[in-house]
Write a protein that binds this ligand. Structure first.
Ligand SMILES: *[C@@H]1O[C@H](CO)[C@@H](O)[C@H](O)[C@H]1NC(C)=O
Ligand SMILES: *[C@@H]1O[C@H](CO)[C@@H](O)[C@H](O)[C@H]1NC(C)=O
Length: 249
């Protein structure tokens, strides 16, 4: 070993000298020499490398047993499945319900009379009648005519309730004397009747104030006197307000 190291050391030394000689010229120049003398080239020995030991062979690895590969699934095939139609099972149907016996026909109701619209200004007083108060003073014949045009007649108060109703209107309308009344006679000595042709007895009218007949010549028309709260005779040309009454249908 010592010998080998010495050899190596010598080789390194020689190699170093050889390197410096190759890179430069010797600087020892004599004045007589035209050229510098080239440096001597060293003779390097071929180094003998030590033989490296051969590595031991690698041990064969002991691998665990490889598990068996499961078989591959069958490749997917573009298979079109046939359509399976399910058989239709009919549902059991319910037994028919027993039908109720036919209803007896309803009795035909009498058709209600059409409620006619009241003419302008007319109002129904429940239990008494349908009336319109005319506050404008006119003669008895003109009042009779107006009521006729309205489709009615000059009102006749043939009950205490109706008379009180009319007297109330005289008060509420602040009418001083009274209303023309649908009771008239065709002349002195003739009987007074209603404009509907009824006798006063059948119409149950006590028209004479204080139970005394007071219908002189020329007083062939009548009015309901506010101050006397009774029916009295008047001249047909006298002007008074009046009440028209509609006949019930
Ligand atoms: C599968 O079938 C359908 C319809 O026939 C077709 O459009 C499709 O390209 C097919 N696929 C393959 C991978 O063959
Ligand atoms: C009252 O009017 C009716 C209808 O227009 C008419 O028939 C009747 O003669 C009149 N009565 C009087 C006394 O004018």
């Amino acid at each position: 070993m010592i010998f080998r190291s010495a050899l190596l050391g010598l080789a390194v030394l020689l190699a170093a000298e050889k390197g410096s000689a190759l890179s430069q010229r010797c600087s020892t120049q004599c004045p007589l020499c035209p050229e510098p003398v080239p440096c001597p080239v060293p003779r390097c020995p071929v180094p003998t490398c030590p033989t490296l030991p051969v590595p031991p062979p690698c041990p064969v690895p002991r691998c665990p047993p490889i598990p068996p590969i499961p078989p591959c699934p069958p490749p997917l095939v573009n298979v079109s499945c046939p359509e399976v139609s399910c058989p239709e099972i009919p549902c059991p149907s319910c037994p028919a319900c027993p039908q109720p016996p036919p209803c007896p026909p309803c009795p035909t109701l009498p058709t209600a009379p059409p409620t006619r619209a009241l003419p302008s200004g007319y109002r129904e007083e429940p239990g008494l009648g349908i009336y319109k108060v005319y506050r404008i003073r006119t003669s008895w014949p003109a009042a009779n005519e107006t009521c006729s045009v309205d489709g009615g007649y000059l009102a006749v108060p043939n009950s205490e309730a109706e008379k009180d109703l009319f007297l109330g209107w005289l008060d509420s309308n602040n009418l001083r004397y009274g209303f023309h009344i649908g009771i008239v006679r065709s002349g002195f000595g003739r009987p007074f009747t209603t404009v509907l042709g009824e006798s006063l007895t059948s119409a149950q009218i006590d028209m004479w104030k204080s139970g005394r007949v007071s219908a002189p010549i020329g007083n062939d028309c009548t009015y309901l006197s506010r101050s006397h709260a009774a029916i009295a005779a008047e001249q047909c040309s006298d002007t008074e307000p009046y009440v028209c009454e509609l006949s019930r249908v």
